[in-house]
Design a protein around this ligand. Structure first.
Ligand code: ADP
Ligand code: MG
Length: 697
């Protein structure tokens, strides 16, 4: 059904083959439809015409109208400039050009009426406007209203295809009598939400009648964008639920019960119980679980993982845990082994540094089913690892794994295993819904009781003697301390050097051997790293000097102080992760951020946020505000966030509405067979199937 929208862009009046080439190459605009989907980035309010006398040193650009009474060519070489004096009934304004002088000097005619648009600058009381946008003629008494400003590329500008050109051809397309934009939202939804039609919205977005209509257009198109994103998520999810069968864990058996009754070292928090129920419900239905488990650092995700693994074992399946680093894998291995003590269930650790000899035996055990629980790094997804019957995959700190790696792991079983993705980088609900919209999400929103909130302070480097005194006292009281230095410019060599001088600095205050040190950095061999970690964990050392390699998952409950040098260089998520290394036992813990006095506004905001709150969700919200949705850990690669109009930072209400309406629609008409959903079905068919990043199995 080729309509006007499919018209090749070169056939649009005012375009032609050469400009069409530029539009295709630079903006991916191939048809009239593409042109109309190239939304303005913003609009300039040109409805108001200012009198010259009323102009101050305005921040925004303004528009004035008047007659050019004189022009002048001044200066030589680089100082050369062309000026024109614009006069209205209230005063005079100087217009200045430093570039394009030959062209301007020819086209600006003294005596003629002009509309000038640009930014005013005030030099010692004399107002001027540099490089104004100038239009000749007596364009009535009204301004041009809201003028769309389109995203352009340098390549476009080089060919003199500017915003005015985009406005012109877009208007041309909108004015064509053959224009017909099919509606893609059901009528009743439009009525219910009071959204304007698609045709109207697109017209008003490109050429708004007024601010009210512009907003109506934006709302309609925002909703549409979010609605289709959610429709795709929900379709992926329901497709998976219908076609992909996971292993069925019917039993809560002996292993789970024994562990729960006899080995559980504490009572579960309510949040842990709730999440466990959600996981249980998934696992017994025969649908394949794809669940994201969000929980702040220290909220006890590992125990939830372990209990889920016991469910797998009770039903005759193997389970594995995949962690992003050797330290983390080892950490999981130790804590899980410890918890399973006396249970006759021996987990096995497999990483890149597992010796060859041991490896052969381990691989055999995985294959014949002797290994119930396998814990490791991405070594788990190597070809040589074959499971007898893998039923559950737990992925910790998921943002560090790529899609391909996860998919590979899932392939290792006849039935796609249940997948539990755990992340300690909480992301706001809106973001989760946008990026992981096809996953089920569980949240542990509660820390185990009896914990004292970590006290966080910001201190300048000049306070170091006091900080060191404080550390000394803590160590004398039997506690342990992390001392972290940032990575310098991503260079491992510099990194090590700065860590060494950092170590020397700390050592000046707290000398070895009186104080015992562990040191961990990127240059160490895995077994060396492991050794350093182990000494710290066992209390054989007092101070862990480290770069950010200790960032995630390390669990040493006796450590009570986290000092972070050059804290301003860290992102919020990282700071939060680092801080989460302390406050894991019963003792009051502290986080000391050491930073310079001159901080940028955003660095200041990061520091203030850390001092103000320990709530990971709150912190991630600020992070989202500061950095924008595409920059948060775990979402960067997704591409799903390339939204054209909606901004999930400000459009939460629309997002929730879109999700709810998409759910309603799919519940009422799962296959979109109803006549009134024809437009929806068509639209979904048109959208290219972007990779849904969170898809696992
Ligand atoms: P995270 O969610 O950051 O992975 P962990 O699973 O490492 O957190 O748990 C942090 C600490 O809290 C561990 O020492 C763990 O044993 C302990 N813990 C977990 N759940 C509870 C609970 N319900 N009550 C008391 N302590 C708990
Ligand atoms: Mg953890």
């Amino acid at each position: 059904m080729a309509g006007y929208l499919d018209t090749p862009i070169e056939y649009l009046k005012g375009v032609g083959p050469q400009r069409a080439e530029a539009l295709k190459k630079e903006l991916d605009i191939h048809s009239v439809g593409d042109l109309l989907m190239h939304y303005p980035a913003r609009h300039e309010d040109r409805s108001k015409v200012y009198t010259i006398a009323s102009l101050g040193n305005a921040e925004a650009s303004v528009q004035v109208r008047g007659r050019i009474i004189s022009t002048d060519l001044l200066g030589m070489g680089a100082g050369r400039r062309f000026t024109a004096i614009l006069q209205d009934e209230t005063g005079m304004l100087e217009l200045i050009w430093f570039q394009g002088i030959p062209w301007v000097s020819k086209s600006v005619k003294p005596g003629d009426q002009y509309m000038a648009y640009g930014r005013i600058s005030d030099f010692k009381g004399k107002l001027s406007m540099a490089h104004p946008e100038l239009e000749s003629g007596n364009t009535g008494t009204q301004g041009k209203g809201l003028v769309p400003v389109y995203p352009l590329t340098d390549g476009m500008r080089r060919r003199r295809l500017d915003n005015r050109f985009m406005v012109q051809i877009t208007r041309m397309a909108l004015a064509d009598s053959k224009l017909e934009i099919p509606e893609n939202l059901p009528e009743n939804l439009l009525r219910e939400l009071r959204l304007i039609s698609r045709t109207q919205a697109i017209k008003q977005l490109h050429a708004p009648a007024d601010l009210g209509m512009l907003e109506a257009a934006q709302n309609r198109l925002k909703f549409e964008e979010l609605f289709y994103l959610q429709m795709r998520h929900l379709q992926v999810k329901s497709h998976r639920n219908q076609t992909v069968r996971g292993p069925v864990f019917t039993e809560v058996g002996h292993l789970f019960n024994t562990f729960y009754k006899e080995h559980l070292p504490f009572t579960l928090t309510d949040a842990q119980k709730t999440v466990l129920k959600e996981i249980r419900a998934d696992m017994k239905t025969g649908k394949q679980m794809n669940r994201l488990l969000q929980g702040d650092v220290g909220s006890g995700k590992t125990m939830v993982a372990l209990l889920s693994m016991l469910l797998a074992a009770d039903n005759g399946f193997q389970a594995c845990v995949m962690a992003p680093t050797e330290i983390l894998a080892a950490q999981h291995f130790y804590s899980i082994s410890e918890m399973l003590e006396g249970m006759h269930l021996k987990p096995v650790l497999l990483t890149g540094s597992t010796p060859k000899k041991a490896r052969t035996g381990i691989l055999e055990g995985i294959k014949n089913g002797d290994v119930p629980f396998l814990i490791g790094t991405h070594a788990l997804i190597e070809e040589s690892v074959a499971f007898k019957n893998l039923g559950l995959v737990v992925i910790d700190e998921q943002h560090r794994f790529g899609v391909a790696q996860r998919a590979k792991l899932s392939m290792k079983a006849q039935l796609p295993p249940h997948v539990l993705v755990m992340t300690a980088t909480p992301i706001p609900r809106t973001l989760a819904m946008t990026v992981y919209g096809d996953l089920d999400v569980s949240v542990i929103d509660q820390l185990p009781g009896g914990r004292k909130p970590i006290q966080t302070v910001l201190r300048p480097g000049s306070n170091r003697p006091l900080i060191m005194d404080f550390i000394r006292k803590e160590i004398k009281a039997g506690r342990q301390v992390y001392y972290v230095f940032p990575l310098i410019e991503d260079s491992e060599k510099l990194d090590l050097k700065s860590l060494m001088s950092g170590y020397d600095m700390v050592n000046d205050y707290l000398p070895a051997p009186e104080f015992r040190y562990s040191m961990v950095h990127g240059k160490l061999k895995p077994e060396e790293k492991d050794d350093e970690m182990r000494k710290f964990r066992n209390g054989q050392t007092d101070i862990m000097v480290a770069t950010t390699v200790i960032e995630v998952g390390v669990n040493v409950p006796n450590a009570t102080v986290m000092v972070i040098e050059n804290a301003e260089r860290f992102g919020l998520a990282q700071l939060h992760q680092l801080r989460g290394r302390v406050g894991r036992g019963g003792n009051q813990s502290y986080c000391i951020l050491v930073a310079g006095n001159k901080l940028s506004a955003t660095a200041k905001k990061r520091m203030d946020t850390m001092v103000r709150t320990t709530d990971g969700f709150e912190i991630s919200k600020v992070d989202l505000e500061l950095r924008g949705p595409g920059e948060l850990d775990g979402t960067r690669q997704s591409g799903i966030l390339d939204l054209k109009l909606a901004d999930i930072r400000h459009d939460e209400a629309w997002l929730l509405l879109a999700r709810a309406k998409a759910e309603d629609l799919l519940n009422a008409d799962p296959l979109l067979m109803k006549a009134e959903h024809f437009g929806v079905r068509q639209e979904l068919g048109r959208i290219p199937h972007r990779t849904v990043w969170s898809k696992i199995g």
